[in-house]
Design a protein around this ligand. Structure first.
Ligand code: ADP
Length: 262
């Protein structure tokens, strides 16, 4: 029973042991309630698309549509929800592998300018579709970092996709700079912003500021948890600043590769 506590009656070895057992009990309790919450979240996240799948499949079977367009719409919803489930499952799998330390990163000298340009290429169409301007002015002359190039691209792409998803007007800017052996990348948007009270929880699994809005845009609530893990696995940091209605700014830092002098 986790509510049972060993009474610490003395400061000798037995007393110290009692204190250690109590600490372990607290830790175990925290672990179990985290796990419970996590499982509850997963069930909830899967339940929503399943409800759609069931509803629209039976609507089709019972021919509850009046026009061909309507039928096509139902089919589209089914496809979208199946894709969402698939994304959720693959994100979960990736996150669990990372947490078990089972993600093999391939470290090499990485050029952040190249990484950012690749990520911009992938997200440009989504930005254009919303009339958002993507800005990045940097020449190739930027110090290298020791990282996994593809994982870096995944991080930047994810942050860019979020910026596009949560911005209606204006621009998204990426800036690179260096500071005391550190390379810094800043991704800034003029979007809806994030309330101050949500910021401490932003990188937690399944945390969303506005559930319905995130769902509407195809989010799983796992993106930033994955990003943070990947950043930290590569020795970097990630922080965020935001103002409601003004925009959000994610900042990444990574140690610059030291070059041996010839
Ligand atoms: P999601 O899949 O819901 O986008 P993420 O883990 O990527 O999940 O992000 C968590 C939450 O953080 C989002 O639901 C959203 O509320 C908020 N968020 C992330 N990036 C931004 C941004 N650039 N502007 C405003 N809100 C953001």
């Amino acid at each position: 029973d986790l509510n049972t506590r060993v009474t610490r009656g003395s400061m000798d070895e037995i007393g110290t042991l009692a204190a250690a057992i109590n600490d372990l009990a607290v830790e175990l309790h925290r672990y179990r309630s985290n796990r419970r919450e996590f499982l509850a979240n997963i069930s909830h996240e899967l339940q929503t698309p399943i409800t759609y799948l069931e509803g629209y499949t039976s609507a089709l079977r019972n021919r509850l549509y009046e026009t061909e367009e309507e039928k096509e719409q139902y089919l589209q919803i089914i496809q979208l929800e199946a894709q969402r489930m698939s994304k959720l499952v693959s994100d979960l799998f990736e996150l669990s592998k990372m947490e078990d330390g089972k993600v093999a990163l391939v470290f090499e000298e990485v050029n952040l300018v190249e990484v950012i340009e690749n990520a911009l290429l992938k997200t440009k169409i989504k930005a254009q579709a919303k009339g958002l301007h993507l800005e990045f002015n940097q020449t190739y002359d930027f110090p290298g970092i020791n990282a996994d190039g593809l994982r870096m691209e995944q991080i930047i792409t994810n942050l860019l996709e979020n910026a596009i998803r949560y911005t209606e007007n204006g621009f998204i800017k990426i800036k690179l700079s260096t500071d005391l052996g550190v390379a810094r990348a800043v991704i800034e948007d003029t979007g809806i912003g994030i309330p101050q009270e949500d910021i401490p929880f932003l990188f937690e699994r399944f945390y969303r500021v506005e559930k319905s809005r995130s769902r509407e845009f195809g989010g799983t609530g796992l993106g930033l948890a994955i990003v943070k893990q990947l950043v930290e696995l590569q020795g970097g940091t990630i922080t965020v600043e935001s103002q409601i209605g003004k925009g959000t700014c994610f900042e990444l830092t990574f140690p610059i590769t030291r070059r041996e002098s010839p």
